[in-house]
Design a protein around this ligand. Sequence first.
Ligand SMILES: [Fe+2]
Ligand SMILES: [Fe+2]
Length: 473
Amino acid sequence: MSSVNYDTRIPNNVDLAGDRRLQRALERWQPAFIHWWRDMGPADSLNHEVYLRTAVSVDRDGWANFGYTRMPEYRWGVFLAEPVPQRKIGFGDHKGEPVWTQVPGDYRAALRRLIVIQGDTEPASVEQQRFLGQSCPSNYDLRNLFQVNVEEGRHLWAMVYLLHAYFGRDGREEAQALLERRSGDADRPRILGAFNERTPDWLAFYMFTFFTDRDGKFQLYSLAESAFDPLSRTARFMITEEAHHMFVGITGLSRVVQRTCQVMSGMRTDAVREHGVIDLDTFQKYVNFHFSVTLDLFGAEVSTNAANSYTAGIKGRFHEDDIADDHRLTDAAYTVDQWIDGAVKTVEVPALNALNYRLRSDFINDVKAGIDRINRVIASHGIAFEVKLPHVGFNRRIGSFAGVHFSPDGEPLSDEQWQAKHGEFLPTQEDRAFVRSLMPAAITEPGKFANWIAPPPRGINQQPTDFEYVRLD
Ligand SMILES: [Fe+2]
Ligand SMILES: [Fe+2]
């Protein structure tokens, strides 16, 4: 069961051959997917040979196999983590009952919606990143971008499999629509705001993989708890892929900061832009932007929708089993920060309604560990600068703080103050133009790195850093 069948058009470990109808439906969707990839996938990349990993089994240790592939020939497929024998529902009204192998009628609409929203983010991020190959800082980084891109494509496959296998005709229609929406398109935008933002430069890409892919990790962990077992198993395998995306984020940001600090200590000056590296103030503004738009992805702090999903057993908490409570939460309370009567107040609300807030807090703790790592790089150069996360109310569009202006320190600002000051907090046009000016063209010669980023300490899959990860056509 765990090994993947590659003798078929769609690699899978779900015995697709045993369900001809489903197989045929997915085989009809496949050319539409390839068409979308050619149209909206990484620009000018169709004939590059890329050193990519592919799943060969879903076992914890041996799933990745490395080799050169042209991306349109990547073996996208359907991989689910092994079932947990006798798995029981871990939370909500159905706690203790056997998990569902089919979709219960009562929860069909809610589950479909959840899967569609998750599925929509996957091609969206590929679309957002499609021009980055034209300005990559190295052959190594280009390969990592493409690895992330093909795996987001794989995640789309994962959600489309669930839609086709469990949601009948409306599932098939939703699967089709996932290939029709476009990131940033005025008429047919992607569903979530952060996935309609552009990822215009490589600093934004590392920020996106650091912050926004990490939101993905936490969403996937909460879906891995789902009572709907096929969704749980799908999410569990996706989590193993997601780890690489966050690796790209944290190592990319650390290398940017390392290079800046090298120049700062060598030059004994803060004015490093003229030396062709990203100044730490600009780095901080990017952090402010990407952190705040990613917080919006968790939804409103207080949400009856989140309560309903939990009670129904559809979406659990991060590491649900490790939490010492009754896993029903009908009588429990939780404290959340809210904007009430013109001030930030900490209030107690029913724990069921605070689940978005709680997941977001788990995410923030994880982010903090990464920011600490970046700050250690700065400190190791003896430079007095600390990257800080902005206040949770800063630059928010969703939830209690939407419509209120804050400084990154959490000081409420009037509209006029915000207008006067937001350029100190968020990247300006000029900041973004400067960052882009550092990346005028792709650097693809193996072993060469752009001036604004330090080389990685080691390569991928124990290859050297000057390995030819992408053979350009
Ligand atoms: Fe993904
Ligand atoms: Fe990802």
